[in-house]
Design a protein around this ligand. Structure first.
Ligand code: PXL
Length: 258
C-alpha cells in the first residue's frame, strides 16, 4: 500500500485543505494519512477565521504517526505561523521525508491573509530547501522572491530565483496569468511548460490544494516529478471543467466524476 501524507488545514467546504487532499489521494489509489495543522471556519463565500492547532498537538500528531507508519510522500498546505513551520521542518528532517511537496500558501484564494512576512522568510529558510517540489502560484512566487511575477518571462526568472533557494523542482502555476494559462516546471536545468486551455468563468476554490495533492499521490505511487506533475495537471483540468457551485460563492472542483 502506498501512503501519502498531508499536513494542512481543515476546510469544512471539502473543496480545499485536508478534505480535498484525502479525496484526491483516494482518486489516485493511494492511502491518505492526514495531520491537521489548522482549522478554518469558512463557506464557499470565503474564510471567517483561521485557528491554529497548538504546537504540542501538531508535534504529537506527526510524531505519533511517523513513529509507526511509513509514508511514501508528503505535502504541506496551510501552516499558519512560524512555530508550525519550524515544527514541520524539524520533523520532516527527523523522519527523512524526502518526497516532499511544499504548497506555499501565503493567503487563501479569497484573499484571507495566512502568513506574515517573517513567516514567509522562515519558510524560505527551513521548508523550501527540504522540498523536492514547491508549487507557488503567481502571488506566492511574488511573496517568495519580492519581484513582480505577472508574465511568462517573469515566471521563468522567478522560478530560477526560487530554485536557488534550495528546492529541487519549482512549479509556478500560471492559472492567474492574463491570457493563456501555462504552468512552468523547472528542474534539472530544464524548463517544461504545461499548457491547458483556460476554463472560463469559474471562480475556483481548492485548485492549488488538489494539484499539489495529486502530485504527492503520484510521487507516493513511485512516479518521478515530471510524470507526477503531468498526470496531476490532467486530473485537475478535468476536475475544473466539471467544477460545480454547491453554495453561493466559489466553484469547487469536481472529484466525483473523474
Ligand atoms: O488556498 C488554499 C487553502 C488551503 N487550505 C485550506 C484552505 C485554503 C483556502 O481557503 O481553506 C484549509
Amino acid at each position: 500500500m502506498n501512503v501519502a501524507l498531508t499536513i494542512a488545514g481543515s476546510d469544512p467546504t471539502g473543496g480545499a485543505g485536508i478534505q480535498a487532499d484525502l479525496r484526491t489521494f483516494a482518486k489516485f489509489n493511494v492511502h491518505g494519512a492526514a495531520v491537521i495543522a489548522s482549522l478554518t471556519i469558512q463557506s464557499t463565500l470565503g474564510i471567517q477565521a483561521v485557528v491554529k492547532i497548538p504546537p504540542d498537538l501538531l508535534r504529537k500528531q506527526i510524531t505519533t504517526l511517523l513513529e509507526d507508519m511509513t509514508v511514501d510522500a508528503v505535502k504541506t498546505g496551510m501552516l499558519v505561523d512560524g512555530e508550525s513551520i519550524e515544527i514541520v521542518s524539524e520533523l520532516l528532517k527527523k523522519y527523512r521525508l524526502i518526497r516532499y511537496v511544499l504548497d506555499p500558501i501565503v493567503r487563501s484564494s479569497t484573499g484571507y491573509p495566512i502568513l506574515k512576512k517573517d513567516d514567509v522568510e522562515l519558510l524560505k529558510k527551513t521548508l523550501l530547501p527540504q522540498a523536492l517540489l514547491v508549487t507557488p502560484n503567481l502571488k506566492e512566487a511574488e511573496a517568495l522572491t519580492g519581484m513582480s511575477v505577472q508574465t511568462e518571462k517573469e515566471m521563468e526568472r522567478a522560478a530560477l530565483e526560487i530554485q536557488a533557494m534550495g528546492p529541487q523542482y519549482v512549479l509556478i502555476k500560471g492559472g492567474h496569468l492574463k491570457g493563456s494559462a501555462v504552468d512552468l516546471l523547472f528542474g534539472e536545468g530544464e524548463i517544461r511548460p504545461f499548457r491547458k486551455p483556460r476554463v472560463q468563468a469559474k471562480r475556483l476554490h481548492g485548485a492549488g490544494c488538489i494539484l499539489s495533492a495529486a502530485i504527492t499521490a503520484g510521487l507516493a505511487a513511485g512516479s518521478g516529478v515530471e510524470r507526477a506533475v503531468e498526470k496531476a495537471k490532467g486530473f485537475v483540468h478535468r476536475a475544473i471543467r466539471t467544477a460545480a457551485m454547491p453554495g453561493h460563492g466559489r466553484h469547487l472542483l469536481n472529484l466525483t466524476s473523474n
